[in-house]
Design a protein. Structure first.
Length: 116
């Protein structure tokens, strides 16, 4: 199974968990499947670790539409997010805002393409 197919399977599991936790606030799911990182625009790559290469699969709830958006980050942005979480637990960084804005735009573009 390739990375994107695996990410889709994992997103389905995260969607089920989100539905259980947030109820009707989460009504659908969508996977941002661009090759570019929604944080910086670079190509998504694996994080090198002693356990092997790892992908950073994340989710964001686009509350206005009730959509759980799954996405992958490049290793650089994933490391920035992890470092920020260690320094300031439970606080979003400026990078979070950039990622969320890019995901919302990507979702809106996707929905507009369906209407065309």
């Amino acid at each position: 199974m390739d990375e994107k197919a695996y990410a889709q399977v994992m997103l389905a599991e995260l969607y089920a968990r989100s539905k259980a936790q947030f109820g009707n606030a989460v009504r659908s799911q969508w996977f941002y499947d661009g090759d570019d990182c929604p944080g910086c625009g670079c190509q998504v790559d694996a994080i090198k670790s002693p356990k092997g290469d790892q992908l950073s699969l994340n989710t964001f709830i686009y509350r206005k539409r009730g959509v759980l958006i799954g996405y992958l980050l490049c290793s650089r942005c994933a490391k920035k997010i992890h470092q920020g979480a260690r320094r300031n637990p439970d606080q979003e960084t400026a990078l979070h805002a950039v990622i969320e804005a890019n995901l919302i735009k990507g979702y809106q573009d996707h929905m507009n393409s369906l209407d065309a």
